[in-house]
Design a protein around this ligand. Structure first.
Ligand code: GCO
Ligand code: MG
Length: 409
């Protein structure tokens, strides 16, 4: 079997997605996710201009060799754009391998270690009561693990509570990306944030008890000593984990947070390779590794990261936001259900437009996600439907401190 064609599809069914479709001379094809929120066309160009010509005529079954060829063979390796492009290719190749073997991906990866993947969803609100109501509603839907975010008094826009530059579609009630919107600017200060979050969890535990699993996403905003203070003050509320407390660049700083508390720590959505993860794993500075399969070069790299983590008693919690496609979500769950050290899986409920363009997303039932037994990833791409939703330039929000200086969003 040989690779005959590499197609790159950019589509915006409410938000932008980049898909790689690899077609073989035997008619089999695979589709992978190469979406990088806010920089979609950079990845599409890398794929079309630089990577596709390198794939034509190759055996799609040699996934590891193609991975090494695209990563090491290019000399200029790594980074979000290239690792997202590589992820798209990698997922498409695994999809083809599964289809050629007549096996679902989880079976190729060693077979099921569990029936479904325990998953979490997001709960946000303008005040503690709204967050509590949101948690209650999700508990009623069967969720067992919940992420809680709340608006911070005196700030403008809070991560995980608002929804970025999206406008409501009157007919569907869905939010769509605005055409050519520029980044929304939010204002954030550590003082009010650090005072509010422990109070939020005090409220939630008081109202809802100890049974449910709760956690919080810091979104890489704190300094090491601030993160240490937050982790310590959250100890009485027994979080499932504290997500991404520090920026991805200074991994050694996790030692400061680790020493200060027993709150479990999770990190990784901004990492791009196993080497980014290494010090946190080998020093056991975190409890959950939560890379994004679409930004680390796909399933091949995820399997290796999971294996290294297993040796250090660390579980996986792969990134699963709405800005990566159902193909990536399916890849997440195939890995989740086939490795021994799976922890939890982030999930989103995709709008109808996404299902129309990319059918086959994992199915949610009573707190767990399930993938189908169809060969490969079990997802597909409806190229005709994709054309109905042309690309719209869009950005993630940016954050400034009260004095106007740029801060991490
Ligand atoms: C999460 C993430 C996302 C990111 C988004 C950026 O935990 O789900 O933090 O919401 O902000 O993927 O593109
Ligand atoms: Mg996050």
């Amino acid at each position: 079997m040989k690779i005959k064609e590499v197609r790159v599809v950019v589509t915006c069914p409410t938000r932008n997605y980049v898909l790689v479709k690899i077609v073989t001379d035997e008619g089999l094809y695979g589709v992978g996710d190469a979406t990088l929120n806010g920089r979609e066309l950079a990845v599409a160009a890398a794929l079309k201009e630089h990577i596709a010509p390198l794939l034509l005529g190759r055996d799609p079954g040699c996934i590891e060799d193609i991975w090494q060829y695209l990563f090491r063979g290019s000399y200029w390796r790594g980074g979000p754009v290239q690792m997202t492009a590589l992820a798209g290719v990698d997922m498409a190749l695994w999809d083809i391998k599964g289809k050629a073997a007549g096996m679902p991906l989880y079976s190729l990866l060693g077979g099921k270690t569990r029936a479904g993947a325990l998953c979490y969803t997001h709960c946000g609100g303008r005040d503690f009561k709204e967050v509590e109501d949101s948690v209650r509603a999700k508990l009623a839907e069967g969720f067992k693990v919940l992420r809680a975010q709340v608006a911070i008094p005196g700030t403008k826009g809070t991560y995980g509570v608002g929804s970025g530059k999206m406008k409501k579609n009157k007919n569907a009630g869905m939010k769509f990306l605005e055409q050519d919107a520029l980044p929304q600017e939010e204002v954030w200060e550590p003082g009010p944030y650090l005072r509010t979050i422990p109070q939020l969890f005090e409220h939630l535990r008081g109202a809802l008890g100890e049974e449910l699993e709760l956690f919080h996403d810091v979104h890489e905003r704190l300094t090491p000593i601030q993160a240490a203070r937050l982790a310590k003050e959250l100890e009485p509320y027994h979080l499932f984990f504290l997500e991404d407390p520090l920026r991805p660049e200074h991994k050694e700083s996790f030692r400061v947070v680790r020493r200060a508390s027993t709150t479990p720590l999770a990190m990784g959505e901004l990492f791009h390779s196993k080497w980014d993860c290494l010090p946190l794993l080998t020093e056991q500075l975190i409890d959950f590794i939560r890379c994004d399969l679409s930004h680390i070069g796909g399933i091949t790299e995820a399997k290796k990261i999971a294996a290294i983590a297993e040796a250090f008693h660390i579980q996986t919690a792969w990134h699963g936001p709405g800005d990566i496609s159902p193909h990536a979500h399916a890849a997440n769950v195939h890995v989740d259900v086939s490795i021994p050290n799976f922890g939890v899986q982030e999930m989103v409920a995709f709008p109808e437009e996404v299902h129309e363009v990319m059918p086959g997303a994992p199915v949610y039932k009573d707190g767990y996600l399930f993938v189908s037994d169809r060969p490969g990833l079990g997802t597909d791409l409806n190229e005709k439907a994709a054309k109905k939703y042309p690309y719209k330039r869009g950005y993630l929000p940016t954050t400034r401190r009260a004095d106007g200086s740029v801060h991490d969003w």
